[in-house]
Design a binder for this molecule. Structure first.
Ligand SMILES: *Cc1c(COP(=O)(O)O)cnc(C)c1O
Length: 374
């Protein structure tokens, strides 16, 4: 059997171990220490955000962003439907209500038109949406200009789920820095990893302090354990922050390589008329976390067929995210849209996108797909 090609495996640089060893040497092996402080500073310097809080996961970061936005039981949160379930689950953690918003065709992300339609209709129904949770899927920037305008117009807090989009930019500004808060994930499948981890970035000092406080059990300033608020154990470990520092050193290379993968697929498969690749918005730079292609609905070849054919060659490919409004868990919540994300789900394949793919790997992938369509 040929060697397995994974969808998006971790890609270490070798620079991580030194920082992990520093944590061991200093005995700062838990949730405080120099690596954490440094990792947060590096994230700020890189993204341009004023504050970063390193957390145990992207999901935890979304949860704390919602709490900081004041989301409580019964509150409505406008949320991208086309996403991974981890975007929406923290809304339920708060016993709040997700209101799902469909994507637009260019960016595959939250449609400003459906967002505004949803807001108007919720207001008409006597609801008062408290937050917008907009996702940058597969690294592609959402339409931040219009989404920010709408958020401002209706005074609704904007939170960006940039879990998949570290290093992506819109109008030359880093994703995650447009809203009140932005979040990143350093899960093993993301563009860089801390083995597992996340971060929240913001320009609001109070918000950053609150999130850090909540992530470390909400311990009040007192000589004993005093608590007036419910907290969480969501802080990143100093050991894992060391992995993050090492990974940040090679992030730009990883982005360049993933972009290269995308261009390779687009070029190598351009003669297959049934295939197309998302273009993204004109003023945006994707980190190309995952390369995705769409199969025209007229083609007898379906995404499942491509995924099976690749699997037979020991190559991992996947379906696009199944939209939240079609998930058993979420199907009964309000949804505003025209079904675009469901059509994308039915037409799309995520191709292997790791930054360590070789020319031979990509050749193997493209050959398998080409055979299928000929
Ligand atoms: C990975 C991911 C998350 C969750 O991040 P974790 O670090 O795995 O908790 C949230 N949203 C999106 C869109 C993701 O892809």
């Amino acid at each position: 059997m040929k060697q397995r090609i994974w969808l998006s495996p971790p890609h270490l640089s070798g620079k991580e171990l030194q920082y992990v060893q520093d944590a061991f040497a200093s005995n700062y092996v838990t949730t405080a220490g120099e690596n954490i402080d440094r990792f947060e500073k590096i994230l700020c310097d890189y993204t341009g955000a004023a504050y970063a809080v390193a957390l145990s996961s992207g999901t935890a970061a979304i949860h704390l962003a919602l709490i900081a936005a004041g989301i409580q039981q019964g509150d409505e949160v406008l949320c991208s439907s086309f996403t991974f379930v981890a975007t929406a689950n923290p809304i339920l953690y708060q016993k709040a209500v997700p209101v799902f918003v469909e994507s637009e065709a260019n960016s595959w992300n939250m449609s400003p038109a459906f967002l505004e339609e949803a807001i108007k209709d919720r207001i008409k129904k006597g609801k008062n949406p408290k937050a917008i949770l907009a996702v940058h899927l597969y690294g592609q920037p959402a339409n931040m200009k219009e989404i920010c305008t709408i958020a401002d117009k209706y005074s609704i807090t904007l939170i960006e789920d940039a879990a998949e989009a570290l290093g992506s930019k819109y109008n030359n500004k880093h994703l995650g820095t447009f809203g009140k808060a932005g979040i990143f994930s350093f899960n093993g499948n993301k563009i860089i990893t801390t083995s597992g981890g996340g971060a929240l970035v913001t320009n609001d000092k109070k918000l950053a302090e609150q999130v850090k406080f909540l992530s470390t059990q909400a311990r009040d300033a007192a000589p004993y354990y005093l608590h007036s608020q419910m907290g969480y154990n969501y802080r990143l470990s100093n050991i894992l922050a060391g992995i993050g520092i090492g990974q940040m050193e090679i992030l730009e290379e990883r982005i360049a390589k993933r972009k290269c993968n995308f261009e390779y697929y687009k070029n190598a498969l351009k003669d297959i008329k049934q295939l197309s690749f998302p273009s993204g918005l004109s003023n945006s730079n994707s980190n190309h976390w995952l390369s995705c292609m769409l199969i025209d609905s007229s083609s007898p070849v379906k995404p499942a067929g491509v995924i099976d054919a690749l699997e037979k060659e020991n190559i991992e490919a996947r379906h696009l995210w199944k939209p939240m409004h079609t998930q058993p868990l979420y199907k009964d919540y309000p949804y505003y849209g025209d079904g675009l994300s469901e059509r994308l789900f039915n037409a799309g394949v995520c191709l292997p996108s790791g930054s360590q793919l070789t020319d031979e790997d990509r050749q193997r992938i493209v050959t398998t797909i080409t055979k299928l369509f000929n």
